[in-house]
Design a protein around this ligand. Structure first.
Ligand code: GLU
Length: 537
């Protein structure tokens, strides 16, 4: 327990989960494709936990299944973590460390020893069954009404070192016959593990099959490599997705059989991410169907060339994305929603991670981006806006649209109206270039021939203004309407369409001020000209 005295309150923080052991956690993805949001969330929770406890956060690449290895996936994982600011202090792509190498394919020589140790101690065995033999056994058993599993009930019927003589086994191995090493799961045992999120999880060993630990090709499987590396890398906590919960009892047995129980890490299995509608697991298909990315960065499938969108390319701030990921499964004690990484490091706790699945809300994710956009400095937004204007419209140094005053005014008008920076130019291009189309519906509804005299008067009145600011533009507009005997409301929307082409948008007189006296005159004259030549009035 840690006693922390703050003012007159005493907070008692339970530290049981870190004990005296140095916190060392790992993110251990397999490079089988791009990192899914769920993977980012796992990495983030590991990172937050490590930073909070002044521990280490490791990136280990679990690439022992060579059939599922995808080129570019490892680089993608590293780049995604960098973009999110979830930075390991040991591991592939981050400067390695005392336990290098961190890529399992480079640790290949380590694992055989442990697989053989398990065989020696009677906790594992060689199995020589061919896929055909296994299939035959399966059919036999199924036709007799029992289900097939390679386990205590059936292993005596199969071709393995438990049923063959030692000489036969050695001869087969010496002959290069295909084999695997399987874990000998006890027939009847209750395996109990204490999960930091789920509490006690008990599994009957009879429900497990004899998992393959090591393959004839010299490669370990996930279970063996994962446990051996967690042990050798001195991992104190395994924080991973719920889909790995069924593997945890196997891992507990491995720790026991290898004599490492005292060093077994504590487990925390994170809740699933659920689709926005319904209760299923969130998949890429949901993203495609509902129009949101499920990957942090854009990904091009190297086999098919298919491109999947990413949060980065869709204009999300990494801080907003990370904020959303943090709240998918973890709830702070109060209602705070916006968290910087430092605040997350201070506030996050595994105790407040819930067991039930976390529903992903794409709408709310956009809202988060909007909040971060509003927090961004105007000067920063203005700078990036200028870059967009240069690429989109080809503006050059010296153009009015690239002046600091113009950019800052534009940012000011747009900041509260957009969720993404790209929308500043996409939704409001009219602030920067003249519209070439006008909302004909508004014109059809509001235009009457007698309005022309109002707009001509307005042109004159604006021409004689000395300070063309928002308030004065509005005041002069009102006065002109009054002098014409009409309500301003009858001509406001027309004025907007004449200036911007659109029936809605930023503050009207703010736009007038931004465009400036000359541009307003030019646009108004052009619009009146357009009206004159309309075929249908
Ligand atoms: N390689 C596993 C994965 O792809 C790691 C699971 C674990 O963290 O134990 O997620």
């Amino acid at each position: 327990m840690l006693l922390q005295v703050t003012g007159d309150c005493i907070f008692v923080t339970i530290m049981a989960h870190s004990g005296n052991r140095k916190v060392r956690v790992r993110f251990a993805p397999s490079p089988t494709g791009p990192l899914h949001m769920g993977g980012v969330r796992t990495a983030l929770y590991n990172y937050l936990f490590a930073r909070q406890h002044q521990g280490d956060f490791i990136l280990r690449i679990e690439d022992t299944d060579r059939n599922r290895w995808v080129p570019g996936a490892e680089e993608y994982i590293i780049e995604s973590l960098r973009w999110c600011g979830i930075l390991p202090n040991e591991g592939v792509g981050f400067g390695d460390g005392p336990h290098a190498p961190y890529r399992q394919s480079e640790r290949q020589s380590i694992y055989r020893h442990y697989a053989e140790q398990l065989v020696q101690s009677g906790h594992a065995y060689y199995a020589f069954d061919t896929p055909e033999e296994l299939e035959k056994k399966r059919k036999e058993l199924e036709s007799g009404g029992s289900a097939f599993a390679y386990n205590a009930a059936n292993r005596q019927l199969l071709v393995n070192s438990l049923t063959l003589s030692a000489d036969d086994c050695s001869a087969r191995i010496a002959d290069g016959e295909h084999y695997v090493i399987r874990l000998k799961i006890p027939e009847q045992d209750t395996i109990v593990l204490h999960d930091l999120i789920r509490g006690e999880v008990a599994v009957e060993s009879g429900q497990l099959d004899d998992k393959v630990l090591f393959k004839g090709d010299g490669m370990p499987t996930y279970h063996l490599a994962n446990v051996v590396d967690d042990y050798l890398m001195n991992i104190s906590h395994v924080i991973r997705g719920e889909e790995w919960l069924p593997s945890a009892p196997v891992h507990v047995l491995l720790y026991r059989f290898l004599g490492w129980e005292k060093n077994m890490p504590q487990f925390a299995h994170l809740p699933l991410l659920l689709k926005p509608d319904g209760n299923g697991k969130l998949s890429k298909r949901d993203g495609d169907r509902m129009g949101f990315p499920v990957f942090p960065l854009q990904w091009t499938d190297p086999a098919t060339g298919e491109v999947s969108s990413g949060y980065r390319e869709n204009g999300y701030y990494p801080e907003a994305f990370v904020n959303v990921m943090a709240l998918l499964g973890w709830h702070p004690a109060d209602d705070q929603e916006l968290f910087s990484m430092d605040e997350l490091i201070r506030t996050f706790s595994l105790e407040r991670v819930h067991k039930s699945g976390a529903k992903f809300d794409p709408e709310k994710t956009r809202w988060f981006n909007e909040q971060y956009l509003r927090k961004t400095k105007d000067t920063e937004l203005a700078f990036r806006l200028s870059e967009r204007l240069i690429t989109m419209f080809g503006f050059k140094k010296g153009d009015r649209q690239l002046s600091d005053t113009f950019l800052l005014k534009a940012v000011h008008l747009l900041k509260e109206r957009v969720q993404f920076e790209s929308e500043m130019t996409e939704k409001a291009a009219y602030l920067f270039v003249r519209p070439d189309e006008f909302d004909q519906q508004v014109i059809a509804k509001k235009w009457k021939q007698e309005r022309e005299s109002f707009f001509r008067k307005l042109l004159d009145a604006y021409a004689s203004m000395t300070s063309f600011d928002e308030q004065s533009c509005e005041a002069v507009f009102q006065e002109t309407a009054q002098s014409e005997g009409i309500k301003a409301g009858e001509v406001l929307q027309l004025f907007r369409v004449f200036l911007s082409g659109q029936g809605g948008g930023v503050r009207l007189f703010g736009m007038a001020e931004l465009l400036g006296k000359d541009e307003v005159r030019l646009r108004l004259e052009a619009a009146l000209e357009m009206i004159k030549h309309r075929s249908v009035v």
